[in-house]
Design a protein around this ligand. Structure first.
Ligand SMILES: Nc1ncnc2c1ncn2[C@@H]1O[C@H](COP(=O)(O)OP(=O)(O)O)[C@@H](O)[C@H]1O
Ligand SMILES: O=P(O)(O)OC[C@H](O)CO
Length: 497
């Protein structure tokens, strides 16, 4: 630590906006959080109001500083991390969004994706962007707004509208409409960015009919992004770090060496394996993505994205009403008959990596008269473990080494039963860090590099500590027998044979 000042991390997530003040040793000094309203205007559509996002971000950032008892002068810089892919389009003159933000889970771009696939563009898109053609990414969300909001296309072509992922929209607002920029990790989730040549791809922009004039400038994660308006926090503060939330977690988990792996268990599960300076094209339906760009140097990752992890626990609580709270799954799972033979496949919105089967739907198999909430809770936690194994197997098939350990974070990792089971079913040690807020920590670390609060990636590795390590202790025969049951259950829910 070369600076005694603090870093303010803004973590704008899918279900909540959070702000955390960190000290120079990566310790949490104070935080503030606010639940974000979700809008579901139609089946398969998910929207956020960008004004909610802005208001909550400001409120939580001020709240965290106040709780920490700090003034703007004590803050060396701001780091922003965000739900990725979610698309916002706003008017450059008024700063007003022309439509609600279209959220990453929103499927309205699916027909355009079908067309892109049918017209044979899948290979080109994967080669350039590292992504598979899916409405998960920003491109078809932008195309939908341009097509469906009156006058939007014309105004975009005239350079009057700006597109950004949530980081970019927040940066615009924080800097009083003077900076339209994003970082390389967020750009790599749009399906419009050439991740190897590191530039917006003209051919893909033409294919989707998106004017280049609306795109933000792409900078490194540790770049100087601009200064906040003085009246927002009492003095102008520099924004010196930006990364998408899953990539920020890679940084916060200090996964800086090739083959190091982190997996985040929140609403969904996102596993990223560092692949160093190379951007391998997956042959096993994983995504290739930018892990982080520091200065001129870009590090890549293979990513497996599972859309439902903690959301399945929420469904047990809110949908089935089997639980009063998510942590109850732990006691229930401990009480479950270990040989119940129950499998749950939480394909509520289809299956993500490595299946990418949007037509699959969820199922529970192996029920008998003795099956109760305990067995169903255990099967739900097991499903998240098996899905992680699917991802790890795909990563190994893509040439990755078997991981020495899996670093985990996110709301679900408070559950010890789940983490022991994860270690057992993967046959990989699972490490839970001292600071579970690794996403915000990652953003703070990035912001702290330029401001001198952290000494390079080595300084970040130094502050990373495991709070607990879960060692695998399940017999190979049992592990394989259980996994074979999962493979069979997935086969039965697939819509594509
Ligand atoms: N003790 C627990 N056991 C199992 N799941 C949990 C537990 N605590 C929280 N969860 C799940 O974790 C998720 C919240 O994690 P969080 O990282 O805050 O999610 P996000 O950032 O995606 O909003 C919820 O879906 C909840 O069901
Ligand atoms: O906001 P989270 O934590 O649910 O993360 C969402 C991901 O960035 C979507 O790709």
């Amino acid at each position: 630590m070369t600076d005694t000042r603090h870093i303010l991390a803004i973590d704008q997530g899918t279900t909540s906006s959070r702000a955390i003040v960190f000290d120079g040793r990566g310790r949490i000094v104070a935080d503030a959080q606010k639940e974000l309203p979700q809008h579901f205007p139609r089946s398969g559509w998910v929207e956020h109001d960008p004004e909610d996002i802005w208001r909550d971000t400001l409120e939580t950032a001020r709240g965290a500083m106040e709780k920490a008892g700090l003034a703007a002068g004590d803050i060396a810089g701001i780091g922003i991390t965000n739900q990725r892919e979610t698309a916002v389009i706003w008017d450059r003159e008024t700063g007003k969004p022309v439509h609600n933000a279209i959220v990453w889970q929103d499927r309205r771009g699916a027909p355009l994706c079908d067309k892109l696939r049918k017209d044979g563009h899948e290979a080109l898109i994967q080669r350039r962007t590292g992504l598979l053609v899916d409405s998960y990414f920003s491109a078809t969300k932008i195309a939908w707004i341009l097509e469906n909001v009156d006058g939007a296309r014309q105004r975009a072509e005239a350079g009057k509208l700006a597109f950004g992922t949530v980081d970019s929209f927040l940066l615009w607002r924080l800097t009083g409409g003077t900076v339209h920029a994003t970082d390389a990790t967020n750009a790599s989730r749009t399906m419009l960015y050439d991740i190897r040549r590191q530039r917006w791809d003209d051919e893909l922009l033409a294919l989707l009919d998106i004017p280049a004039a609306m795109l933000p400038e792409v900078r490194a994660c540790d770049a100087e992004f601009g200064h906040t308006q003085a009246d927002l926090f009492g003095a102008s503060l520099p924004v010196t770090g930006i990364a998408g939330d899953q990539q920020a977690a890679v940084v916060g988990q200090a996964c800086f060496d090739e083959n190091m792996l982190k997996s985040t268990y929140g609403t969904g599960c996102f596993a990223l394996m560092n692949t160093g300076r190379t951007a391998p094209t997956s042959r096993n339906r994983l995504l290739t993505t930018i892990a982080y760009r520091l200065g001129e140097e870009t590090t890549y990752a293979l990513e497996g994205s599972i859309f439902v992890a903690g959301a399945a626990v929420q469904w047990l609580r809110d949908g089935l009403k089997l639980l009063g709270s998510a942590p109850e799954t732990e006691t229930l799972a401990q009480q479950a008959d270990p040989e119940s033979g129950v499998y749950m496949v939480p394909a509520f919105v289809g299956l993500g990596a490595p299946y990418w089967d949007s037509g699959a739907r969820g199922a529970i198999f192996g029920l008998n008269r003795a099956t109760g909430p305990a067995e169903i809770a255990a099967a739900t936690l097991d499903a998240v473990c098996y899905q992680t194994r699917d991802l790890l197997q795909a990563m190994e098939a893509d040439g990755g080494e078997a991981p020495a350990a899996l670093r985990v974070d996110g709301g679900m990792v408070a559950n010890d039963w789940f983490l022991q089971r994860l270690a057992d079913l993967l046959n990989v040690p699972v490490e839970r860090p001292e600071v579970i807020e690794t996403t915000a920590l990652g953003a703070a670390c990035l912001a702290g590099l330029k401001t001198g609060v952290f000494d390079g990636t080595a300084g970040i590795s130094e502050v990373w500590r495991a709070e607990r390590r879960f060692e695998p202790r399940m017999h190979a025969e049992e592990r394989e027998r259980r996994y074979a049951g999962w493979v069979d259950a997935v086969r039965r829910v697939r819509s594509d044979g």
